[in-house]
Ligand binder design. Structure first.
Ligand code: FES
Length: 164
């Protein structure tokens, strides 16, 4: 058996160095681990847990072509629902530029925002003003039409916090 040539003082110092290095290594692993997790969450955001609720928006046969019907989501924000040859589409009336209310102009078949002259075509695409410069379309609200009953539903964000 090999006899250690270290003095008790050296052994004590060696053990102290070992424990000190172990503590430093543990700290580094924890801090870089936390940094890595934060970085990954930034790059890959967690899936959105937005709950949606269907709200009644009339019957399909109540919509005439080219007209708009107005509804309100659970936060009281206006939704403009339009029927065209392509089907039903719904948009938030909140302008994506600075949040003014857009209005349907049947004579032009466009949505118009009076605040800065923003204009959108019938599909919500920006065609004039700051929304066109920023290429920001109207926010579209998902629509579901029940085939058998012809009832139109808007799928709005559920802010009720209650049971579905
Ligand atoms: Fe609508 Fe500026 S808020 S164009």
């Amino acid at each position: 058996m090999k006899k250690s040539s270290e003095t008790p003082q050296e052994k004590k110092e060696s053990r102290r160095n070992f424990l000190s290095n172990l503590a430093m290594l543990t700290g580094l692993v924890l801090s870089y681990g936390a940094l890595t997790i934060k970085g990954l969450l930034f790059i890959i955001p967690p899936k959105s847990q937005v709950k949606r609720r269907k709200i009644y928006a009339g019957r399909l046969d109540e919509y005439s072509l080219g007209t708009i019907q107005k509804f309100f989501d659970l936060e009281g924000k206006e939704i403009l629902v339009k029927r065209s040859n392509e089907g039903i589409k719904a948009f938030s009336s909140v302008c994506p530029h600075l949040g003014c209310r857009v209005h349907w102009q049947p004579e032009n078949k466009t949505f118009f925002c009076p605040c800065h002259g923003g204009e959108f075509d019938a599909d919500g695409a920006p065609i004039a003003g700051p929304p066109k410069d920023g290429n920001t379309p109207l926010f579209e609200v998902p629509v579901h039409v029940d085939e058998s009953s012809g009832i139109v539903y808007l799928q709005v964000k559920d802010t009720s916090g209650g049971l579905s």
